[in-house]
Structure formats: structure tokens, C-alpha cells
Write a protein that binds this ligand. Structure first.
Ligand SMILES: Nc1ncnc2c1ncn2[C@@H]1O[C@H](COP(=O)(O)OP(=O)(O)OP(=O)(O)O)[C@@H](O)[C@H]1O
Ligand SMILES: [Mg+2]
Length: 264
């Protein structure tokens, strides 16, 4: 199982939107099983998948409490471990909780056969965020081309370096996704995109996601953009991004194996 944490401590950059759509696109591929984990007490990913999320028994909170919990199937190829506001106090617990999500995913491995696990992170640098960095193989970073985006990324990269140094040496940055490219302030956005590509080079995915109302609407209908507006431009953008992400994973996994890394 390849575990990807979708992270950025900045709020509203598109973590949940990208986690939701990517999980659905991957699960739509032949013989691919996906586990989506909502690691954010806001529960936005959970409500993108299911309408009445308050009754969801498969809550990631149980994993942090060390209680038995299994993912709930949403479709044949996609399962969810959701969350709600009750997860919030977990972030205040002692440092040990940063190991819980990893332990839980390891215990799961024996009984289930997911190909990908997509973990939606909360906008914070706290213990829940560290738990997601500890549990993941890769970090996928959505950014909005807006002022302070670069400064925010610098802080995030430093945190990822610390996570690698102190508890997850195999953690890799999968890449940076430019999201919510608006075009209303084209000069500024283009400058931001150039600065991002100059600073982070090929880490920035070629395919970006433009800002469109349909993307904003689709989770309210529990639909990924590829179902909500299958022929629209956003659907094409998301599919192209997913393909680029898959190619990158393949090449990183290949390099990892060649360098003697473990085969997942
Ligand atoms: N490409 C896009 N086009 C239009 N709206 C978008 C796009 N990406 C995200 N949004 C909207 O922007 C808002 C923030 O997105 P989202 O919730 O995915 O961000 P987030 O990083 O998960 O936020 P948080 O930090 O609060 O968890 C949402 O209303 C979402 O629908
Ligand atoms: Mg979110």
C-alpha cells in the first residue's frame, strides 16, 4: 500500500479537494483499491464522501484511541476512515499520538489489500499533522498561487525534513500541485507560478488545477469532479494530474527499489 499524505499547514489551499478527487480517480482504475483517511477534525473529506457523516462508525479517532476500527466501504474499490470534531482534542494529547496512525496502518496491512492510502491533513503543524507525516511514504502538497505561499512552503519543507530526521527517514515529497489558479489576477499568479517552478523545479507538477465553481460544488453532491462534470475542463485537469502523479510514484518506487529500499 502506497501511503500519501496531502499536506500544507496553510488553510484552504485545496488539500481536501485534491485528496477527495485523487482518491476517487485512483479507485476508478482497474483493480485498484483505495483507502481514504480523514485526519482532520473538520471532517470535510468525510462529508465529501458521505452525506450523513455523523453516523459513521469508521472513525479514525478509534485508531488514535487504540480501539479496533475498520474502514467503511464507500464503493467496491474505495473505503473510508472518517473523522469529526471529536478528533480535535487528540491533537492536544502527548507526543506518543504521532505514532498511532502508522501503527494502525501497519496492523491493517495484514487483513486488507489496498493499493493506495490517501490521508487528508489538517491545516496545522501539530501532533495530528506529524502523525500523518510519520505514517506516509509520500507527501503531496497543494498550493494556491497567492502571496506568502512560498514562505509557507519553506516552513512545510523544514517540518518534513525534521520528520525525516527524527522518525520517518523514508518519507519523500511526491510533489507540489498548483491549485485554484484563478486568472483574475493573472500577472500575480503567473509570477507566483514562475517563482514556485524556479524554487522547486520539477517537484512542481506540470498539470495544475484551475479555480472553477464546479469543483467547489461537487463535494456537496458527494461526487468527484470526474462524475459531476465528466466532460468539463476541470475533470480533464484532474485526470491529467492523477496520471502525472502515478508516473512520478512509479519512478520514485523504482528508484527506491534500485537503491535497496523495501518493496511495498
Ligand atoms: N480548484 C478549485 N476551484 C474552485 N474551488 C476550489 C478549488 N480547490 C478548492 N476549492 C474550494 O476552496 C475551498 C478550500 O478548499 P479545500 O477545503 O480543499 O482546502 P483545504 O486545504 O482542505 O482547507 P483546510 O485547510 O481548511 O482543510 C473549498 O470551498 C473548496 O471547494
Ligand atoms: Mg481540508
Amino acid at each position: 500500500m502506497i501511503k500519501i499524505s496531502v499536506a500544507n499547514q496553510k488553510g484552504g489551499v485545496g488539500k481536501t479537494t485534491i485528496a477527495f478527487n485523487l482518491a476517487q480517480i485512483l479507485a476508478g482504475k482497474r483493480s485498484t483499491k483505495v483507502l481514504a483517511i480523514d485526519n482532520d477534525p473538520q471532517g470535510n473529506l468525510t462529508s465529501s464522501f458521505i452525506e450523513n457523516s455523523t453516523e459513521l462508525a469508521a472513525n479514525i479517532l478509534h485508531a488514535y484511541d487504540g480501539k479496533p476500527v475498520g474502514p467503511e466501504p464507500v464503493t467496491k474499490s474505495l473505503s473510508l476512515l472518517g473523522s469529526n470534531i471529536k478528533l480535535a482534542p487528540v491533537a492536544e494529547r502527548d507526543f506518543q499520538i504521532i505514532f498511532k496512525l502508522k501503527e494502525f496502518l501497519e496492523s491493517l496491512k495484514r487483513g486488507s489489500a489496498f493499493d493506495y492510502c490517501i490521508i487528508d491533513c489538517l491545516p496545522s503543524f501539530g501532533h495530528l499533522h506529524l502523525a500523518a507525516l510519520n505514517a506516509a511514504d509520500y507527501v503531496l502538497i497543494p498550493v494556491k498561487p497567492a502571496p506568502y505561499a512560498l514562505a509557507g512552503l519553506k516552513d512545510l519543507f523544514e517540518t518534513i525534513e525534521k520528520a525525516k530526521k527524527y522518525f520517518n527517514p523514508d518519507l519523500k515529497i511526491l510533489g507540489i500541485v498548483i491549485n485554484q489558479f484563478d486568472g483574475r489576477n493573472l500577472v500575480l499568479e503567473k509570477e507566483m507560478e514562475e517563482a514556485l517552478r524556479e524554487t522547486y523545479g520539477t517537484l512542481v507538477f506540470k498539470n495544475k488545477i484551475n479555480k472553477r465553481v464546479k469543483i467547489e460544488e461537487s463535494p456537496a453532491f458527494q461526487k468527484p469532479i470526474t462524475d459531476y462534470d465528466p466532460k468539463g475542463r476541470s475533470s480533464k485537469e484532474f485526470k491529467a494530474l492523477a496520471e502525472e502523479i502515478l508516473i512520478r510514484i512509479k519512478s520514485l518506487e523504482y528508484r527506491g527499489e534500485k537503491n535497496g529500499g523495501k518493496k511495498r
